[in-house]
Design a protein around this ligand. Structure first.
Ligand code: ATP
Length: 304
C-alpha cells in the first residue's frame, strides 16, 4: 500500500505544483498523461481531427465556487487560423488554455474540436493533437539536436535539422562551438529566453500537431530575437490552427483575429486594423505599448 501511496502522492504534488503554471505544461505532459479529477468517460472516443476547428461555446469557469473567472466566453478558431488573445494580467487568458487541455472542465458551456466535445474524447488523444510552446521551455542536459528531437523522438536527423532551420535557430547554432551537438541545459550552455522559446517552436514543428498553443514569453526580448520568434511563429501558423497568448502586441498585428479578454469576458474581437479603428480597449493597449517603446528607445538614445 505504502509503495503505491508514495508515488501517487508524489505525482499529486508534482501535478499541483505544475498546474499553476502554463509554462510547465510541456514538462507535465512528459510526467503525467492524465489530469487527476478529470476522468475519461467509459466510452471515450479518440479525438478525430479533420480540420482543427476549435469552438468555445458560452464557457463559464470558476476555480472556486465563489469567484467566476470566465463569464460566458464564446469564440471560434477556424482551421489554420491564428487567433491571439490579449488582455490585462488576471483576465483569464491562461485559464482558457487550461480548459482546452482539459486540466479542468467548464462549469457551464462546452469546448469542441471539429465538433467533438472535448469531454467525450480520451485525454491522451486530445493532448496528442495539441502542441505547446510554453513561455519557458524545459531544456535537458543534452545537445541542441537531442533537445529538439524531444518533439518527436523517432524523428530522423534531417527532420530535426529542418525544424531547427524553420524555427530560425540556424544562425544561432552555427556560432556555437560544436554546432547542433553543443550541450545545453543546466550543465551546458545557457540559452536566452528567446532562444529557448525557439527550441520549443522547433520541437512543436517536429511534432506537427494540428493545433498549436503558444504562450508568448513576458520577458523583454531584443528585437533580433523577437523577429526570429515572429518568423518562426509564422511558419507554425501557416499550417496549423494557432492560439497565442500575446503579451507584446507586435506578435498580434498579423493575427487573423484578436480577442480582447477583460475580467473573464471577450470585450472586443477583430483584426488589428479593425480594432484600432474601433478605438476601444485594444486601441488603448496599443497606444500604451507604443509609448512604452518610444520611451525605452529615448532612454537608450540618452544612454549613448
Ligand atoms: P497573466 O497575463 O498574468 O498570466 P491571465 O490572463 O493568464 O493572467 P489567469 O492565469 O487565467 O489570467 O488567471 C485568471 C484568474 O484566475 C486570476 O485572478 C488568478 O488569480 C485566478 N487563478 C488562476 N489559477 C488559479 C488556481 N489554480 N486556483 C485559483 N485561482 C486561480
Amino acid at each position: 500500500m505504502m509503495q503505491i501511496f508514495i508515488p501517487l502522492n508524489f505525482l499529486g504534488f508534482v501535478y499541483r505544483e505544475m498546474k499553476g503554471s502554463l509554462a510547465n505544461i510541456e514538462k507535465m505532459f512528459s510526467l503525467l498523461r492524465v489530469a487527476p479529477g478529470i476522468e475519461d468517460t467509459s466510452d471515450a472516443a479518440e479525438l478525430q481531427v479533420k480540420e482543427g476547428r476549435i469552438a468555445f461555446e458560452d464557457v463559464h469557469f470558476a476555480y472556486r465556487a465563489d469567484r467566476e473567472i470566465l463569464k460566458g466566453v464564446s469564440f471560434t478558431v477556424a482551421p489554420q487560423q491564428k487567433v491571439a488573445i490579449v488582455g490585462a494580467s488576471g483576465a483569464g487568458k491562461s485559464t482558457l488554455f487550461k480548459l482546452l487541455f482539459r486540466f479542468y472542465d467548464p462549469t457551464a458551456g462546452r469546448i469542441t474540436i471539429d465538433g467533438q466535445d472535448i469531454r467525450t474524447v480520451s485525454q491522451s488523444s486530445l493532448r496528442a493533437a495539441i502542441g505547446v510552446v510554453p513561455q519557458d521551455a524545459v531544456l535537458f542536459n543534452q545537445s541542441i539536436l537531442e533537445n529538439v528531437r524531444y518533439g518527436r523522438i523517432d524523428a530522423r536527423d534531417d527532420e530535426v535539422m529542418a525544424a531547427i532551420r524553420h524555427a530560425q535557430l540556424e544562425d544561432f547554432v552555427r556560432e556555437l562551438p560544436e554546432g547542433v551537438h553543443t550541450m545545453v541545459g543546466e550543465r551546458g550552455l545557457k540559452l536566452s529566453g528567446g532562444e529557448k522559446q525557439r527550441v520549443a517552436i522547433a520541437r512543436a514543428l517536429l511534432k506537427h500537431p494540428p493545433i498549436m498553443v503558444f504562450d508568448e514569453a513576458t520577458s523583454s526580448l531584443d528585437s533580433r530575437s523577437e523577429q526570429g520568434i515572429l518568423g518562426a511563429l509564422r511558419q507554425v501558423a501557416s499550417e496549423q490552427t494557432t492560439l497565442v497568448i500575446a503579451h507584446r502586441l507586435s506578435t498580434v498585428v498579423d493575427a487573423d483575429v484578436i480577442l480582447v479578454l477583460d475580467r473573464g469576458r471577450v470585450v472586443e474581437r477583430g483584426s488589428h486594423s479593425q480594432l484600432l479603428a474601433e478605438d476601444g480597449h485594444y486601441a488603448g493597449l496599443w497606444q500604451l505599448q507604443q509609448e512604452e517603446r518610444r520611451s525605452a528607445a529615448d532612454t537608450n538614445q540618452a544612454g549613448r
